[in-house]
Design a protein around this ligand. Structure first.
Ligand code: SAM
Ligand code: SF4
Length: 467
């Protein structure tokens, strides 16, 4: 067993500042050289990312976006994986100034769902067609249960069966744990463990996390080391954009990724890119210290796509429908849809008095699916890699030579067809069937034959056809 890292000194602020300073020249030839390297799909180093983040010339920006679209297309094609967050509790002992769940927010209605309530919320999600859930909770668990509450909830979610429907992958976004508790979490059958650093800038981190265990920057930034030490090899990192300079954040994120690769041989499975949204009881949430505008947001998504081409990127319902559709092509591989951020929100359909933050996209899952299908993307409910044990290094070994596509495309189409047959509104089914037919026609003959076989099985009533 390796000694688990306890200090976040691998986030080297001096090196980041130096890289940003050295990059603030406008050398078109250097930018083009970096974009050409990124197109080879081997990623970029910190200095190169710093150069791209300093680009502002419209022509170079257009080239940067074009390169990101190319890389996204080469690795992920048109697929977009869909999931729903499930907030099981808004109890929290921490005082994060931007979050409605913070302990000092007395305006918030507090609630931890019972297992019966968790089951009911999951039934509603399964009945909409969801197959993946992201379980979310504040950092405080009901008194009698402790962390077992989260483990019980995961079991409850997996136990729900509704006709053809079930949740096939539960990802988890809860406070960082010690190695032993991470082992229990792994044993509960989770997919990805997600944890956002919020900001990698220590001084800002200290200023916005003013109470509770989350104040400890080092405990949080080394959380993924402990998760990986416990055998969780799909981890998801993220930054809450709006707290500190986004350029600094993506360079620091790259340092975190390289550190995980050094220590465990594999980087994160996903990166999330939330932006600060208004939240009840939080002035900061409505007035971000370092707001990230829409152009910079698209730019940072594009740069991350080029820098770590094989790491999935997640966009949530925090963003509006317009911004979301423009950003998908630049590098997003997973999106949430039809979300509620308050415990019990799927039942109650009420948003604000117990919610974590306001949503920018209020459409139902079916509306989002129809929309993204019309935009040319393939909505996917695929969970095959997780179910066949293709995680961590095994996943990357398949992803890096480009072989994962041969699994993803057929799996995306067969899970999309499952959705259309079991849950799709008539007009969505029409749009979806046309889009499936078109995607199949574009495939080479071998993959087409294989995919058609899978789709035929789905039409005959078989579900969860994996490849
Ligand atoms: N309590 C755990 C934690 O803080 O890691 C996990 C759940 S927390 C509800 C999930 C994420 O919500 C946080 O990591 C933070 O990035 C995000 N969040 C909090 N307040 C937000 C806001 N006002 N706008 C957007 N995202 C927010
Ligand atoms: Fe609690 Fe997480 Fe919100 Fe902070 S971000 S107040 S830890 S729920």
């Amino acid at each position: 067993m390796t000694a688990v890292v306890e200090s976040g000194e691998f986030i080297d602020e001096v090196a980041i500042d130096e890289a940003m300073l050295a990059a603030s020249t406008k050398d078109g030839a250097r930018v083009r050289e970096i974009l050409a390297k990124a197109r080879e799909l081997h990623g970029l180093d910190m200095d190169e990312v710093a150069v791209l983040s300093s680009v502002s010339d419209p022509e170079l920006m257009a080239e940067l976006f074009a390169a990101a679209r190319e890389v996204k297309e080469a690795i992920y094609g048109a697929r977009l994986v869909l999931f729903a967050p499930l907030y099981i509790s808004n109890l929290c002992n921490n005082d994060c100034l931007y979050c409605a769940f913070r302990v000092r927010n007395k305006e918030l209605k507090r609630r931890a769902l019972t297992q019966e309530e968790v089951r009911h919320e999951v039934e509603l999600l399964v009945d909409q067609g969801h197959k993946r859930i992201l379980l979310v909770a504040g950092e405080s668990y009901p008194k009698d249960g402790g962390f077992q509450y989260v483990l019980d909830s995961i079991k409850t979610i997996y136990d729900v069966k509704r006709g053809n429907g079930e949740i096939r992958r539960v990802n988890v976004n809860v406070a960082p744990l010690g190695v032993d508790q991470f082992r229990e979490l792994k044993a509960s059958g989770i997919g990805t463990f997600q944890l956002f650093q919020e900001t990698y800038h220590r001084a800002t981190y200290g200023a916005v996390h003013v109470g509770g265990k989350k104040k400890d920057f080092d405990w949080r930034v080394t959380g993924m080391h402990r998760a990986m030490e416990a055998g969780i090899d799909d981890v998801g990192i993220g930054v809450l954009f709006g707290l500190a300079d986004w350029r600094y954040e993506i360079l620091a994120m790259l340092q975190h990724i390289h550190e995980l690769e050094r220590a465990y041989g594999v980087g994160p499975h996903t990166i999330s890119v939330p932006r600060l949204e208004p939240a009840s009881g939080s002035d900061m949430a409505s007035h971000p210290p370092q707001p990230v505008g829409d152009v910079d947001f698209r730019k940072l998504v594009a740069i991350l796509r080029l820098a770590v081409p094989y790491t999935g990127m997640i966009l949530s319902t925090r963003e509006t429908a317009n911004l979301r559709s423009e950003t998908f092509a630049l590098g997003i591989s997973q999106i949430s849809a039809g979300s509620r951020t308050n415990p019990g929100g799927y039942e109650e359909d009420e948003e604000f008095d117990a919610a974590q933050f306001q949503l920018g996209d209020h459409r139902s899952l079916d509306e989002v699916i129809r929309d993204i299908s019309e935009l040319g993307f393939i909505p996917s409910f695929c969970t095959a890699c997780y179910r066949l044990g293709r995680t961590g290094m095994d996943f990357m070994d398949l992803a890096k030579p480009g072989d994962i596509k041969h699994h993803c495309d057929p799996n995306a189409l067969s899970t999309y067809l499952e959705y259309l047959l079991d849950y799709g509104a008539p007009e969505t089914r029409e749009v979806g069937e046309a889009s499936i037919a078109q995607k199949i026609a574009e495939m080479d003959p071998i993959r087409r034959a294989h995919t058609e076989k899978m789709l035929a099985q789905v039409r005959e009533g078989k579900r969860d056809v994996l490849c």
